[in-house]
Design a protein around this ligand. Structure first.
Ligand code: ADP
Ligand code: GN1
Ligand code: MG
Length: 366
């Protein structure tokens, strides 16, 4: 029997598989859509990347904790359906949350959220607004979840200080001889390194509350329905205690970019202030009353910081020989970094406008 089918039957032997096909455009896990014979039923099956997430059992415990909490909340809310608005994972026949194959790979199966759309790029203000509502609601519903029960899946995931230290070490080693190809990007990083550590500094000074955060709020991790209304926040692998500014900033990176994350034509890449306004409106409609003044003050800068840190991680991976992100051609990580840094520059040019928008939306929502 086909190996993928065999894995699926560890979870749901009562269904007959028709087809298992690669799905989605994530950079880390391998995602498949499983279609069941003579029905419209499908499931999502994933191989979790255990090089990047070394403790998959703890990762799955985190996800179950968070989804159970969300389900309880959605049950009490009018117009919500816990099985559509939060992920539903399926246990194996042995009652486990994942299946480990002979090669040591970890697999999980979940119900397909349907009818869902997953965008890699936002096209309308409605989509940006709804993405903001989705992440804002996710934050709000988890505000009473006990963060100390969460295992820290990737320590220092959004810590700019340690990300910069790793980058500098890798530049020094130049293991694959690519440093000469990335001079402009290295300079871009160094010119901004101080200011980009603002969140680390505020954190150390105890000025930012630690909340439960998603930590990977890119637009294709928020599923919308056929009317572009938010359905579900997915990809919960990196849910950990963190700063709300991580989630806002990272979302702005993908929800306002007029180009692709890896656009080869940098002229396409700009932050669209209309999309920024729409996202901010949606996000603050769910969070404004619970954010502290400092969190609100740093929302615009967090967009620059989170875009910068992903660009930094792409360039670091490029200089290290592409060991982390899936790449589709030789200089893919360099191209991604160039596009992210172009986006940072675009945000820098529009920074005052971004600050004005946040102030305006806070006034409306408070
Ligand atoms: P990765 O960590 O690789 O990004 P994701 O969990 O985000 O993995 O899944 C990749 C893509 O698969 C998502 O962007 C989305 O398009 C799709 N997807 C994942 N889970 C579901 C689900 N439960 N229902 C519908 N689509 C899903
Ligand atoms: C990865 O898994 P995916 O594709 O949603 C990465 C994020 C980056 C993102 C950049 C665990 O997210 O941190 O922001 O790529 N996830 C991990 O697109 O590193
Ligand atoms: Mg994803």
């Amino acid at each position: 029997m086909n190996k993928l089918n065999e894995i699926f039957y560890q979870f749901l032997p009562e269904f007959k598989v028709n087809k298992i096909a690669k799905y989605g455009s994530g950079h880390i896990n391998d995602t498949y859509m499983v279609t069941i014979d003579d029905s419209e039923t499908t499931f999502i099956m994933q191989r979790v990347n255990h090089q990047i997430f070394p403790n998959v059992p703890e990762l799955m415990n985190n996800i179950f904790g968070v989804t159970n909490h969300l389900k309880t909340k959605f049950e009490e809310m009018e117009g919500k359906d816990p099985n559509v608005n939060s992920l539903t994972f399926i246990n194996t026949l042995d009652g486990e949350k994942y299946h480990q194959d002979e090669e040591g790979n970890y697999w999980r199966v979940m119900e397909t959220i349907t009818p869902a759309r997953s965008y890699d790029k936002v096209e309308t203000e409605q989509q940006a607004f709804q993405a903001g509502v989705g992440i804002g609601e996710f934050q709000a519903l988890l505000s009473d979840f006990d963060g100390s029960s969460l295992y820290e899946i990737i320590p220092n995931f959004h810590n700019m200080e340690t990300r910069l230290a790793t980058f500098r070490e890798i530049v020094k080693k130049d293991v694959v001889g690519r440093v000469r190809l990335a001079q402009e990007q290295i300079q871009f990083v160094e010119n901004r390194a101080e200011e980009m550590q603002t969140l680390v500094r505020l954190g150390k000074e105890g000025k930012l509350p630690i909340r439960v955060t998603h930590n990977d709020t890119k637009i294709n991790n928020v599923l919308l329905d056929e009317n572009d209304e938010v359905l579900c926040v997915i990809d919960l692998d990196t849910v950990m205690p963190g700063f709300v500014l991580y989630d806002f900033g990272d979302a702005i990176r993908t929800s306002t970019n007029t180009g692709d994350e890896d656009d080869a034509n940098l002229d396409n890449v700009e932050m669209d202030i209309k999309l920024f306004t729409a996202y901010t409106k949606g996000f603050l409609s769910k969070t404004a009353s619970s954010l502290t003044p400092i969190e609100i003050e740093y929302l615009p800068l967090s967009a620059r910081i989170m875009t910068f840190i992903i660009g930094l991680r792409f360039i670091t991976d490029y200089l290290d020989g592409d060991n982390y992100f899936k790449t589709h051609h030789e200089h893919h990580n360099l191209q991604r970094a160039k596009a992210q840094f172009k986006l940072v520059s675009s945000m820098e040019r529009q920074f005052e406008e971004m600050q004005r928008v946040v102030q305006e939306e806070v006034t409306v929502n408070c």
